[in-house]
Ligand binder design. Structure first.
Ligand code: URA
Length: 238
């Protein structure tokens, strides 16, 4: 039988506040469900395909949230930040209340694709070293990148504090100073350290792909969007 829940509880589970706060919004006629105003907090609804609005903003019911963000520079990937605003300030408040987490942190000056979810299993699968989900970075280097430097990155570079050399899965020159580097791991400052190890320096870093999922051209810096079924397939996440 399809799962049903009362409206007050649905809104609270979706991150719109405590049950009391949600009850007040419903009684104040600030909520519609499947196109109709509902001022009864105890009215029950099937969760599947449920569409609602809160204070005029449209939402679909989601058991779990899966989204991507185009991270801007000068944002930090943690809830308690030190020098810059948190990436979570770029998301709607109900998602933050649902305690979404980013999957693999980017440095504060790195831009690009970051996945965010409140599904622990998904977060584990996407971040576990066992699954080795490849990530592609667009790396703008200070100096021209030579064939020897690319060969070195592909063969493996020795980083301080690592037991064995680490190689990129792929490394392709895009222009004199720009390379696309694919990594299987997500070690601390890995791209910057690998580029430093070949006597070059990262000037700008952008993550452009995770698994087979590319950062969409139309997702502007600072914008987020829900992951579609197709995106989930590209991430091989189901
Ligand atoms: N490698 C880095 O050096 N920084 C990042 O933000 C991501 C990968």
């Amino acid at each position: 039988m399809a799962k049903k829940l009362d409206l007050e509880r649905i809104l609270s589970k979706q991150g719109f506040g405590t049950r009391k706060q949600c009850r007040i919004m419903i009684i104040n006629e600030e909520v519609t469900v499947n196109g109709d105003l509902c001022d009864d907090p105890s009215a029950t609804f099937e969760l599947e395909n449920l569409k609602f609005t809160v204070k005029g903003e449209a939402w679909d019911y989601r058991e779990k949230s899966y989204l991507m963000l185009h991270k801007p520079s000068n944002y930090e990937c943690s809830h308690k930040t030190q020098h810059h605003p948190t990436i979570y300030s770029l998301l709607p408040h109900p998602l933050v209340v649902r305690d979404v987490q980013c999957i693999g942190r980017l440095d504060e000056d790195t831009t690009g694709l970051i996945l965010i979810s409140d599904d622990g299993q998904f977060i584990h699968r996407m971040s576990s070293p066992k699954h080795k989900v490849p990530k592609v970075y667009e790396v703008t280097c200070k100096h021209k990148v030579s064939d020897e430097q690319i060969a070195h990155i592909l063969k493996g570079v020795q980083l301080i504090d690592e037991d064995a050399p680490i190689a990129a899965l792929a490394c392709e020159r895009i222009s004199e100073n720009v390379i696309h580097m694919t990594l299987a791991e997500g070690k601390y400052h890995q791209v910057k350290r690998m580029v430093a190890a070949i006597s070059n320096r990262v000037e700008a870093l952008k993550r452009i792909q995770i698994g087979e999922l590319k950062l969409p051209d139309d997702l502007k810096v600072g914008e987020w969007k829900w992951l579609s079924e197709g995106d989930m397939l590209l991430l091989n996440a189901k």
